[in-house]
Design a protein around this ligand. Structure first.
Ligand SMILES: [Zn+2]
Length: 119
């Protein structure tokens, strides 16, 4: 899974978010969001997601923190897919000791769905 973690990974072109893989500024589509809420180092918290499954929105609310991008606090993940290169991505925000760590990485499950509908 490709991760785009350098300072150049997140680019805008005329206010449009560019695809981290192909660089195109006019092909990204948002496809869902996940939010993890957790107090400082707490063992339990909340996880809410609204994601498109096979292009139908689905809401899930659990206490599962397993995929939280932050190992200590809150995390956010926004999913995108690119119509130019047919790949899925997650833009994540992880709160950690006063830093907000931002990562763009490929999302293999979303890429499979996009490939299914684009080919
Ligand atoms: Zn692309």
């Amino acid at each position: 899974m490709e991760k785009y973690v350098n300072d150049d990974a997140i680019k805008l072109d005329c206010g449009n978010l560019c695809c981290p893989r192909c660089g195109d500024a006019f092909g990204l589509h948002s496809a869902g969001v996940e939010v993890w809420g957790r107090s400082h180092d707490a063992a339990q918290g909340l996880h809410v997601s609204i994601n498109e499954v096979e292009f139908k929105p689905a809401l899930v609310a659990t206490t599962d923190l397993e995929d939280n991008p932050s190992s200590r606090r809150q995390g956010i993940s926004v999913r995108f897919w690119c119509e130019q290169c047919a790949a899925g991505f997650a833009l994540t925000f992880a709160q950690h000791k006063g830093s907000e760590i931002v990562t763009f990485e490929e999302h293999p499950e979303l890429t499979k769905v996009v490939m299914k509908y684009m080919t």
